[in-house]
Write a protein that binds this ligand. Sequence first.
Ligand code: GDP
Length: 609
Amino acid sequence: AHQAALAARSKDNLRSPICVILGHVDTGKTKLLDKIRQTNVQEGEAGGITQQIGATYFPVEAIKQKTAVVNRDGKFEFKVPGLLVIDTPGHESFSNLRSRGSSLCNIAILVVDIMHGLEPQTIESLRLLRERKTPFIVALNKIDRLYGWKKIENNGFQESLALQNKAVQNEFRNRLEQTKLQFAEQGFNSELYYENKSMSRYVSLVPTSAHTGEGIPDMLKLIVQLTQERMVSSLMYLSEVQATVLEVKAIEGFGMTIDVILSNGILREGDRIVLCGTEGVIKTNIRALLTPAPLRELRLKSQYVHNKEVKAALGVKISAPGLEGAIAGSRLLVVGPDDDESDLEDEVESDLASLFSRVEKTGRGVSVQASTLGSLEALLDFLKDCKIPVANVGIGPVFKRDVMQCGIMLEKAPDFAVMLCFDVKIDKEAQAYADEQGIKIFTADIIYHLFDSFTKHIKEQNEKKKEESKMLAVFPCELKPVAVFNKTNPIVVGVDVVEGSLRLNTPIAVVKPNPTTGQKEIIPLGRVTSIEREHKQISICKKGQPAVAIKIETGGHQPAYGRQLEDKDTLYSQISRPSIDTLKQFYRDEVTKEEWELIIRLKPVFDIV
Ligand code: GDP
């Protein structure tokens, strides 16, 4: 058995790599996929391309035919048995193809519209690919839109480019260079694929058109080449089952089913399986292993074929009792004859627990909710990079209990009374409750949009607090009266600003010894409600500027000049510990170095420690 296992591990027994297509919306991901699925009419039916569950399988024979135009001498050797391409392009599929924190996706095609360059979701894709260390190539799509492009259907790119006139070739080069620059800005070195001397150091760019099919042979060949050169060890066939849940769907006649990508090993009807569920670990037995019926048989009874067993790599639908609440992105484990079921249970549970445990120990942070394990992981990774603390984590739709959990933050840290929700529905009652409590729920289907919403929210909160703290913020100043126009309520005096700057609403005080006790006394006068120079209202008067007439509302007949106050008394802005803290928190940019120094000098005057 040991010998057999070794043989099975040999490099001649490779399984098919799994490929996902990523990129910004409208770059042509779906169209590219359609185009490569299409059989090549001139060269006859490309044998054996099969529609699977959630994926399309391209046997090596089909790939050989499709790449023939770029392998005329037949020198390029194919070592992989085929290629499994995931049918749903995008982040969601990519992030759900996960196993123990690494990706089951062996290679990715990142599609970029050559006319648009890098776009927001391209950059998000790059982040995911980097995080999961997934090798990828870039399809620079829509080359047929270069002005004046003359097409040759399904041609190799280099040949097609050589046939274009100079202007088209120049435009291509310009756009290529621009794109390379943009990749460099994101920290990736890239090269046109046939000018790339090191696939491990440079990302290969392959120009394509999903409309004319040009460059697609190049793209397919490049994928095979990259997988063969760079990841033979991860493509060795293993007997151990490696599988992940891509989607959870109810299907008529089967109840709840899971769509699974099997990347290694064999699944059999009746196998005992273990996976993550929203209400705990799910343990059940495979009732049916379903694959789509071939097209010509579609009108038969079922659209599915039942399989006794299936072998990696492929996409398969599993019907089994008790799959309600299964979580996409979960690993699927099979209980073997020597396995202890509870060990596998623990293993699956730890997958969930490792994500749910990534919360702040302080308990202060936002609440996060995502549709699948994969997207939750991607979101948590992202928030960690942005240094946004997370206190609560959930999977699936947002219900009132989730909002209530988040609501604890209203007391603890109101800024974090926020739910960041990725690709999930919000229950009506939950939304109503959130509105009533003043809890913000942000939803998005692009992760970084949540960051934008959160950043905006924090900015608004700060503006609000700044506005609320306006009366608390006291800029320091020292004033010398030059004339008293009105002795009390309001006090109207002419003053020189000898230190700092005087602003409207500043509270003013006089500090001097009490005439009877001799002890220092702080006499608050009131706030400055008007600053006037030459009959014009101004809002600020700085040190050294010409004298101003100010009005101070005392709110009563005390204090008054001629009684507690004398003409020569220095007037100070009345600072306090809270006023200094407010300046620090909201006005740091507006307080000059001189003003901070003045505050330090005034602190002992007002007995602030
Ligand atoms: P996705 O959102 O990335 O899946 O993009 P689609 O495949 O839906 O394509 C978006 C639009 O771009 C559609 O109108 C396509 O017909 C068009 N499109 C896709 N690929 C190409 C291409 O290579 N050339 C041109 N001219 N249009 C394309």
